[in-house]
Design a protein around this ligand. Structure first.
Ligand code: 6GU
Length: 244
């Protein structure tokens, strides 16, 4: 999968070189390209923001650098397979994910959907956001998805993109060594929409706290039943909305 990220803080994405996502990049399963939005400015100060029409606090990201950045991404997609025949039929528009606290809530099913895409682009806004016309224009060329991580405010889209790239990247075949570990997780379909049960390892007693007896029994049926019960209890307590 190819992932393009446009940001004014490329350094935010250094952690993608670590751990399983870093390994996937090194192995060529993930092709992550981070672009500095300021490369598409033309003034001496490399300006990306301006004051809001209508007044109010804060600054707004100017449309021109974003327009040139998105043009460059679209050009890059066309050139992706040099010498290859052009794809048949109506080409599916590439996905452009725009992180914003006013977006649709990101969840595991979105991660699964995005993980099936050949290319993903992320547009990281800062300040009070990007001039609205950028998203309007982009919608003619991309499948634009405005997405929020939750009901709290970050200073920009970068941290949200790190989270989304990890959630999406780990679903790509071969990125996680043991695909079984994806199956029982919280929020995956196989977990029936419940939160995950608690887990334990050795020693059997630690600081006076014993591992639940049933987990030492070797009785797979009783272990599965106990885990299911704990999942339901934890979900009822922390996320009753998931039980519907
Ligand atoms: Cl995607 N962006 C920003 N700036 N803040 C957020 C968010 C995204 N999701 C939750 N808060």
């Amino acid at each position: 999968m190819r992932i393009d990220i446009v940001t004014i803080f490329p350094d935010y994405f250094a952690p993608l070189q670590l751990s399983l996502i870093g390994k996937a990049i090194a192995d060529g399963r993930l092709d992550v390209r981070v672009h500095d939005l300021r490369d598409w400015t033309h003034d001496r100060h490399r300006t990306v923001d301006d004051t809001p029409y209508g007044g109010g606090a804060g600054m707004v990201m100017k449309p021109e650098p974003w327009g040139e950045a998105l043009d460059a991404l679209l050009g890059g997609y066309v050139e992706q397979q040099p010498g290859a025949d052009p794809p048949e039929g109506p080409a599916k528009r590439p996905v452009l994910i725009v992180p914003t606290p006013s977006g649709y809530l990101f969840n595991q099913s979105m991660a699964v959907e995005f993980a099936a895409e050949p290319t993903l682009a992320f547009a990281c806004g800062r300040y009070e956001g990007i001039d609205r016309r950028v998203v309007e224009w982009a919608a003619d060329h991309f499948d634009v998805r405005e997405v929020s991580l939750g009901d709290y405010v970050l200073n920009g889209g970068e941290v949200a993109v790190l989270a989304m790239v990890e959630a999406i990247g780990r679903l790509i075949p071969g990125v996680i060594g043991n695909p079984e570990s994806l199956v029982q997780e919280s929020h995956s379909d196989a977990a029936d929409g419940l939160l995950e049960y608690p887990v334990y390892t050795k020693p059997a007693t630690w600081r006076g706290l014993a591992v639940p007896e049933v987990l030492l029994s070797g009785h797979h049926g009783r272990v599965a039943q106990w885990r299911g019960q704990r999942s339901v209890e934890i979900t009822r307590d922390r996320r009753p909305d998931l039980l519907q």
